[in-house]
Design a binder for this molecule. Sequence first.
Ligand SMILES: Nc1ncnc2c1ncn2[C@@H]1O[C@H](COP(=O)(O)OP(=O)(O)O)[C@@H](O)[C@H]1O
Ligand SMILES: [Mg+2]
Length: 178
Amino acid sequence: MQHKGFTLWLTGMSGAGKSTISDQIMARFREGGAKVELLDGDIVRTNLSQGLGFSREDRDINIRRIGFVAEMLSRNGVIAVVAAISPYRATRDEVKAKIGNFLEVFVDCPVEVLSQRDVKGLYKKALAGEVGNFTGISDPYEPPTNPDVTVRSDRETLDESVGKVWAELLRRGWVEGA
Ligand SMILES: Nc1ncnc2c1ncn2[C@@H]1O[C@H](COP(=O)(O)OP(=O)(O)O)[C@@H](O)[C@H]1O
Ligand SMILES: [Mg+2]
């Protein structure tokens, strides 16, 4: 597999499918021998952003840190896959402008479906008022106005969602020979 350095950024609410889709895409990249790193929000928050909370300010710091690392990787020919809620449009746009080779994937799913899925049991708690600053319930999520790819995880299979992202990477010529 030949590839450019770029950042594949998945944004969406908790449980929408960012990590699941990223893991599949990572497996494909690795099969092809690509140079690739995953920056998953949940993992970043236990190391690079340890100690940060969920205020707007802390969320923005978290996203700028992830963006900083992703930019370094992309600039050096590595693929950076980012799976982070990244709820604020302006902050995503800021990171996008700095990185350049940036594909924004909106992992969309209605909040009703997310609450039913409740992968981590957090929607139940947020709806009961037990978790504050919860994106989509008690904290904002600003959907991208012009995402490069939109996947609807309530209407598509995982394979379909992954296929859409992959097709766009091929179309751009960022990935070849895969
Ligand atoms: N098309 C799809 N894409 C991604 N996930 C899907 C899809 N359809 C159903 N799912 C399910 O939705 C859940 C998404 O959880 P997860 O990837 O942890 O979300 P996030 O990382 O966005 O918080 C998983 O249980 C996954 O199996
Ligand atoms: Mg996740």
